[in-house]
Ligand binder design. Structure first.
Ligand code: C2E
Ligand code: MG
Ligand code: MG
Length: 561
């Protein structure tokens, strides 16, 4: 058995790769001779320092932290990372991060290796030294290295259940530029373009130069729209005027996009698809992107259009709140109401939340829309109280994105403070699935809201995880049975049995129980007879405008229309 420590020493000093060993937090334990030679630092200078300091001047904090975040036992590879060498200058190089795992799978150390064949200080990069796998003009990975990166991305995507997008882009009418202004201007432009590409992609994505004026970007995506976002950014980055010496040139790009696995299983097929799509984009006049799968283009366009209109709607306050009463079946009194958002589009009329809340959720716009809803609901409820109606509790839906956001608590506090509504008259509706990702953190967050004095309801209960074991741990006040367990309760004994069980469960946990979707008298009879406290549904009222809701409040008791 060789002495592993001695073996490790020998390897470190023998390799021409520049190697840095850090602990799991990024503190430098040691570096080898090649590292000293390449960067100009000595071992003594670096020992005990935070390795992020070498990167943080030229990379954003998130990226620096991600280097030491690890990804299970996977080696992370980065093609174009800038770090600071001893004379303070930036150097551009590839970097691989290898986690050394303890027995229980946590990283205890990291091996950071600067890929020496990719090493290039900024001063040198003009020299055009040929590096294997990299394009000599721009320093970007070349086609063969891109092939590796795509293979790697496909492996990762399989593991994480994602897709990947391969974007191939070409400068429109590049030959004119070369012919009119000369090759040196053309080359300078390609270099500038490669810089701009690196600025707009994430550092974990790969940008490559294929040949001539053609570049490529490979990026993992969760949805098609993620690739649209990258394409838009590239088009946008191209718009800025290129200044090369005395020449000022404006150019445009055409981009073709193919998606793994939908459009092809491997690099060769994807590349062919993307090139085809790029040609199609050029044929349509350039300065645009096209998907290989043509139906994607229509979808992407419709989707972008929707997003744009939603942003305008937010600025112009085209969202409105409707209110649906929640009624006590014993005395038919309105105990509360749920605020439900609609989009009052000047052209298309009233649009239901099912059509835009999911898009708002994906784009993050839900933060602004949700905050608007929260504030509006609090102000409206306070207004009804000020007018002298019996106080009622108003329920507001909180989406997963909103719930996870760090400032949700502050936003609730501001809405309450600014409107003057007492927290006991506000209830937040959340769904179970959004609590299950990080249970302890979710519970802490829910507790904060409870400590404020707000009610907390689990919405659509029975459709998600329905993890009974956790229900007792959640600091909630209310359970809302989903309408799936109400709609055929009068004729389906199984549904009736489940509904009874959920009502029984909530009684056992001392929770208020609200049934959704009561449409007919048989639903109401069943729910009341089985001990349901509160009923919400078309039987009593559809969601209505604030004005109509006020009319209902004016009547002391509410009978079906
Ligand atoms: P939800 O929170 O479960 O809201 C109840 C939905 O059931 C409402 O649909 C309501 O109109 C509908 N409903 C009520 N009674 C009946 C009935 O008797 N029969 C039937 N068939 N349906 C009934 P709506 O307004 O279309 O909202 C759909 C979903 O959109 C809501 O489900 C909620 O998840 C979401 N949503 C609505 N407003 C907001 C909001 O301001 N923020 C967020 N994040 N989500 C919202
Ligand atoms: Mg709800
Ligand atoms: Mg619901």
């Amino acid at each position: 058995m060789p002495d592993t420590e001695a073996l490790f020493e020998a390897m470190l000093s023998a390799t021409s790769d520049a190697v840095m060993v850090t602990d799991q937090s990024g503190k430098i334990a040691r570096v080898n001779g090649s590292f000293e030679k390449l960067t100009g630092y000595s071992s003594e200078q670096l020992a005990g320092e935070d390795a992020r300091d070498l990167f943080k001047d030229f990379n954003d904090d998130d990226f620096c932290d991600s280097l030491w975040a690890g990804d299970g036992d996977a080696v992370q590879q980065f093609d174009s990372v800038r770090s600071k060498n001893a004379d303070g200058k930036a150097q551009l190089h590839g970097l691989s991060m290898t986690p050394i795992l303890t027995e229980n799978g946590d990283p205890s150390q990291f091996l950071a290796v600067i890929l020496s064949d990719s090493f290039q200080s900024d001063a040198e990069s003009d020299g055009g030294t040929r590096r294997v796998g990299y394009d000599s003009l721009t320093g970007l990975p070349d086609r063969s290295l891109l092939n590796d990166r795509v293979d790697q991305a496909i492996l990762n995507a399989r593991r994480t259940d994602k897709s990947i997008a391969l974007l191939v882009m070409g400068i429109d009418k590049f030959t004119f530029i070369n012919d009119a202004l000369g090759f040196s201007v053309g080359d300078a432009m390609l270099k500038e373009m490669s810089e701009r590409l690196l600025e707009v992609i994430r550092q974990s994505d790969t940008a490559a130069r294929l040949d001539g004026d053609k570049f490529a970007v490979v990026t993992p995506i969760a949805a098609i729209d993620d690739s649209v976002i990258v394409a838009e950014k590239v088009l946008h980055a191209t718009e800025k005027i290129f200044k090369m010496g005395d020449e000022k040139v404006r150019i445009t790009m055409s981009i073709g996009i193919s998606i793994w696995p939908a459009d092809g299983e491997d690099f060769d097929v994807l590349l062919k698809d993307s090139l085809n799509a790029m040609q199609h984009a050029k044929g349509l006049g350039g300065n645009q992107y096209q998907f290989f799968a043509t139906d994607m283009n229509t979808k992407a366009k419709a989707r972008l259009d929707l997003e744009k209109r939603m942003r305008i709607a937010l600025e112009k306050e085209h969202y409105v709140l409707y209110y649906q009463p929640k009624v006590s079946p014993g005395n038919e009194k309105i105990k509360g109401c749920e605020a439900l958002v609609r989009w009052d589009d000047p052209e298309k009329g009233l649009i239901g939340p099912g059509l835009f809340i999911p898009v708002a959720e994906e784009t993050g716009m839900i933060q602004d829309i949700g905050n608007w809803v929260l504030r509006k609901a609090c102000f409206q409820n306070k207004d009804w109280q000020d007018k002298g109606y019996d106080p009622l509790r108003i329920a507001v839906n909180v989406s997963p994105h909103q719930f996870r956001s760090p400032d949700i608590y502050d936003r609730i506090v501001s809405a309450l403070n600014d409107s003057g509504l007492h927290p006991r008259w506000l209830e937040l509706e959340i769904t179970e699935s959004m609590l299950m990702d990080n249970i302890d953190e979710s519970i802490a967050k829910m507790q904060q809201m409870r400590d404020l004095g707000c009610g907390l309801a689990i919405d659509d209960f029975g459709t998600g995880y329905s993890s009974l074991s956790y229900l007792g741990r959640f600091p909630i006040t209310t359970l809302k049975i989903d309408r799936a367990f109400v709609h055929d309760v009068q004729e389906n004994e199984n549904t009736a049995e489940i509904a009874r069980a959920i009502i029984g469960l909530s009684k056992g946990l001392d929770l208020e129980i609200v049934a959704e979707g009561a449409e007919i008298i048989e639903h109401v009879d069943f729910l009341r007879d089985n001990g349901c406290d509160v009923i919400q549904g078309y039987f009593y009222s559809r969601p209505v405008t604030a004005f109509e809701m006020e009319e209902m409040l004016r009547q002391s008791s509410l009978m079906p229309a």
